[in-house]
Design a protein. Structure first.
Length: 396
């Protein structure tokens, strides 16, 4: 017979096991993906989005992540779990960092960041060396892939260098090599401008003049807010406009002194996604997104969708939820992602930027896809866009 003492010991152990099960976080039965965003992100301000320019977002990209979650419904079944999105909004970076740490302590190790570049840099720096992966889905700044890169920070949205390389390839292809640059003076405008100068040098374009513009009607800034004055006395085939808000750029077509094309933030723009892309099954994805969000898909939407799909593919391919296994697969050449743009996609090992083709589009049509034919790379033609390994400043 079992002694009373042994029965008591068994009961204590049973109660201990039950208490531990009850104490497990709600994430235990799910493969939870965190999604962090600011409560008031100036990039989505209605005051800044009215122009609806080509590089701008039409809304928060969370809808893209939701579409990917529905598409990946069965990807985690092999590990006895299902995917779940946990959306967190914070008033500032400190609040988001606190939420990230709490979720990470409860077992969440993969996070999508819909944040400005400075906030992403703060979060990535604060979590350096920890067992988690961050996906940048909306910040194009080159510095996040260069001096501010981190080993656990991945980028699904293309950076400025990729965008301007795609545009430069097309201008060279069309033999439009004389460029007038008009640039805003906001930090993002200057970075966009600097990226184009790099691409122009890389592909042999000639910048005839680089002129700053200023918004408004201040007569003291007449030389910088008058389109006729800005576009006069220069020899150019094309006007490149660096305007990340889009307010000035939208007024430029058909208003220049010479009847030349406008590219960059208006006219012909390099984008990650466009609703008019008709190849490689793209209309099906566009339709699913529009049914979810009731608006066309834009770059950040596609990038959020792609980040969730990358996680889901890693889980399905490895049949594991072990962080080390998944992280290794995300960084390997064995990763195969379909972005509905015609190429096998994966992350560059030197800066964790997603390799991808880019679309050159007007407001209602896709003119071309880059890299263009003839712009080759010795290993992967997609690396003809953006920072190639020999020129990277990233040091993991």
């Amino acid at each position: 017979m079992i002694s009373r003492f042994l029965v008591k010991v068994l009961l204590v152990k049973l109660l201990l096991v039950i208490s531990l099960v009850w104490a497990l976080p709600s994430y235990a039965d799910d493969f939870t993906i965190g999604y962090l965003q600011l409560e008031k992100d100036p990039r989505y301000s209605k005051k800044q989005s009215f122009a609806r320019y080509l590089l701008g977002s039409l809304g928060r990209p969370y809808a893209g992540a939701e579409v990917a979650l529905k598409e990946s419904k069965f990807h985690a079944s092999g590990i006895g779990a299902s995917f779940k999105l946990e959306q967190v909004k914070g008033k500032d970076t400190a609040a988001l960092l606190a939420s990230l740490k709490t979720m990470n302590a409860q077992g969440v190790q993969f996070f999508l960041l819909d944040l400005p570049a400075d906030a992403i840099n703060e979060l990535a720096t604060a979590t350096k060396g920890q067992s988690l992966v961050l996906f940048n889905v909306s910040a194009r700044e080159d510095r996040l892939r260069q001096a501010q890169c981190q080993a656990h920070l991945f980028h699904t949205i293309p950076n400025y260098a990729m965008l301007t390389d795609a545009l430069a390839q097309y201008l060279v292809f069309r033999k439009w090599k004389e460029i007038l640059v008009l640039s805003g003076q906001q930090p993002d405008d200057l970075e966009f401008n600097q990226a184009f100068k790099r691409s122009a040098k890389r592909y042999g374009l000639d910048i005839d003049a680089d002129r700053p513009f200023a918004l408004g009607n201040d007569p003291r800034q007449r030389d910088q807010n008058n389109t006729s004055l800005l576009t006069a006395n220069a020899d150019y085939d094309v006007i490149f406009v660096a305007d990340t808000k889009g307010e000035f750029a939208r007024s430029l077509p058909y208003a220049s002194v010479k009847p030349q094309l406008v590219v960059g933030a208006e006219g012909l723009a390099p984008v990650a996604w466009h609703w008019a892309w008709e190849r490689h099954g793209a209309p099906q994805l566009e339709n699913r997104f529009e049914a979810q969000a009731d608006r066309p898909m834009r770059d950040a939407d596609w990038s959020a969708w792609m980040a969730v799909k990358a996680i889901a593919e890693a889980v399905q391919r490895t049949q594991s939820r072990d962080f080390a296994v998944l992280s290794k697969h995300l960084q390997s050449e064995e990763l195969v992602l379909d972005g509905f743009k015609g190429n096998r996609l994966n992350f560059r090992p030197w800066d964790h930027q997603l390799r991808q083709p880019l679309l050159l589009a007007t407001h209602n049509w896709v003119v071309e896809r880059a890299p263009l034919e003839g712009f080759l790379h010795q290993l992967n033609n997609l690396d003809a866009l953006g920072f190639d390994q020999p020129e990277t400043q990233c040091k993991f």
